[in-house]
Design a protein. Structure first.
Length: 371
């Protein structure tokens, strides 16, 4: 039997002979994945119904092929249950897997990455985004052009006003959101606090408002009463009113609510979408929840087939993640892509915030590049 060690020894001898003859065997570049943990510094303390924070953990990824580099990231809010450590562990395993493929084998490479371990969807998104960006850069075309997406149709992005106990802090945030045509406010505390936030906004502006209760409302009757009050105060959409597990009460609420009800925490990935028809009016897709652009595109198609509305959202992300998500924004009804605006130390530039929209550029890939 021919032993593996014999084969390896023979291969080495052959390589030495070829080298002595001046013949190189390694002319083809390989896909090279590198990564580094990064701490995003928030411009304001960010609070939702369950916690608050000043920084946000991220892992930045680069995938290079020859002179081309694609940029991605995993943005990791606490509730996602992935950490910088778990993402780096996953990426370490992905390095040799990625290296086996060429950029035009992106689909196969992403399937192989998926097979490394279940879940780890932010880590998978960090690879998916970088690989898509790289693919576009090698093609010399923006992804929206490769996918026949009309860049003129980017919706206004909302800007999120987090909860704060101080009126003056909330008012300062509303002033800072002057550029935004739509505001989003995080509710789901007490009735008094929720109404105080809306009243403060209405003292300053009559802009349309999206409300995200982040599962904070206790029951369906309370939620419906709040929604009727919110509608009178210019709110136009409600995200995740109650606990994500509570499907029957969300169905009851969606049947009665005058405002569209959108699933966020209840909708993580493609396999969640079908069961949400009738339970919610629409879904909020985030690259970090679903594992990247490939899965997100499938979710948009399925939601449309089911007659559901679509929102594209984000975590607190750099311009690597936001530029990727913005590529799909012309296909959706609501965009919540203010993540890079919330960060004070974004290492990248990509989409351009113009007249309240994350505007797609003609740069190749996602359009992301180092500042
Ligand atoms: Mg949400």
């Amino acid at each position: 039997m021919f032993h593996k060690n014999h084969y390896t020894a023979m291969k080495k001898i052959l390589l030495i002979c070829l080298t002595l003859l001046g013949i190189s065997c390694s002319t083809r570049p390989v896909l090279q994945l590198t990564y580094q943990p990064f701490t995003g510094k928030l411009r304001h303390t960010f609070a939702i119904s369950t916690y608050s924070r000043d920084t946000t953990p991220i892992v930045l990824t680069q995938i290079s092929y020859g002179d081309y580099v694609g940029y991605g990231e995993a943005a990791l809010p606490q509730y996602l249950r992935e950490t910088q450590e778990s993402v780096c562990d996953f990426l370490e395993k992905a390095v040799p897997v990625i290296a086996q493929y060429r950029p035009d084998e992106m689909e196969q490479a992403l399937e192989a990455v998926k097979a490394i371990a279940p879940d780890n969807r932010a880590a998978k998104a960090a690879i998916d985004i970088a690989l898509h960006d790289l693919y576009g850069k090698i093609q010399g075309k923006p992804l929206w052009q490769i996918w026949n997406i009309n860049p003129e149709n980017t919706p206004y992005t909302c800007y999120t006003i987090g909860y704060d106990a101080s009126d003056s802090v909330v008012l300062a945030k509303i002033v800072e959101a002057d550029w935004a045509h739509i505001l989003k406010v995080k509710l789901g505390r007490s009735e008094q606090e929720d109404k105080r936030m809306i009243t403060l906004i209405r003292q300053c502006t009559d802009k349309p408002v999206y409300v995200d209760a982040n599962q904070g409302w206790p029951d369906k009757e309370y939620a419906l009463e709040m929604i009727l009050w919110l509608q009178e105060h210019g709110v136009v959409m409600i995200e995740q009113p109650m606990a994500k597990e509570n499907m029957p009460d969300h169905r009851w609420l969606t049947e009665r609510s005058p405002l569209p009800i959108i699933a966020d925490e209840a909708c993580q990935q493609l396999s969640d979408v079908e069961q949400l028809k009738g339970v919610y009016d629409g879904i909020n897709i985030k690259l970090m929840k679903c594992g990247g652009l490939g899965e997100a595109r499938k979710m948009i198609s399925l939601a449309r087939e089911l007659g559901m509305q679509v929102m594209i959202g984000c975590m607190t992300e750099t311009s690597a993640g936001i530029s990727a998500a913005a590529t799909l924004s012309p296909l959706v009804d609501y965009a919540d892509l203010d993540g890079n605006v919330l960060i004070g130390n974004d290492p990248y530039e990509g989409v351009l915030l113009q007249d309240g929209r994350q505007t797609l550029t003609t740069l190749p890939g996602t359009g992301c590049h180092i500042r």
